[in-house]
Design a protein. Sequence first.
Length: 178
Amino acid sequence: SDIIFYLVKEIEDDRGRLDVKETDMEGRTAGHPLYKMLYIVTKYNKAIDWSNGGSIYGTIGDYYSIQSHHIFPQAYLYRNGYDSVNAIHKKQVNEIANRAFITRDTNYEISDKSPFEYLPEIQSNYPNALKKQFIPQDQKLWSAESYPEFLKQRRIWIADEMNKFLEMLRIHEGDSVS
C-alpha cells in the first residue's frame, strides 16, 4: 500500500539507508524505534510463548499481557559484575538485544534466573521457541561472562532479520505502486 511506500521512503530519507546494522542497536534500549521494530519482526516470525507454546499476539500492555523480558535478567546481571549505577552498564543490561517477548506469567516464572538455568528447558519443551526470537543457541553464550558476546551475536541476527523484513516490505511496496 501507499503507506508502506511512504514509510520506507521516510526511513531512507531520515537515515540515508534502509538497512539495519548490528551497531545501530548497541546501547539502545526500549525507547528506541528499533525496539518496536524488533517486536514487529518477532510477531511476524510467529514467535511463541516459552511456557505454554502459544503464539505471541496483541501488543505490549494489552489484555494478552505480553511483556518485554530481559533474557539475562537485570538482577542476575547486577549480581554478576554489572553496576546498576554505571550508565554504560545500565544501557548494556537494558539493551534491545537483551529483550524477548513473552507472557506476563512466563516472565514471573523466569524471574531473575540465569539464562543457563531456564533457556535449556525452553529449548527442550519448544525446540523452535528461541530461534523464533533470534536467541543464539550456543549455551556457552548463556553466562554473565559471555554476555557481551551474546549481545553481539544476537544484534547481528536481529539486524539480519530486520533487513529481510524491510526487503520484503520494499518488494511488496513495489508491487502496489506499479
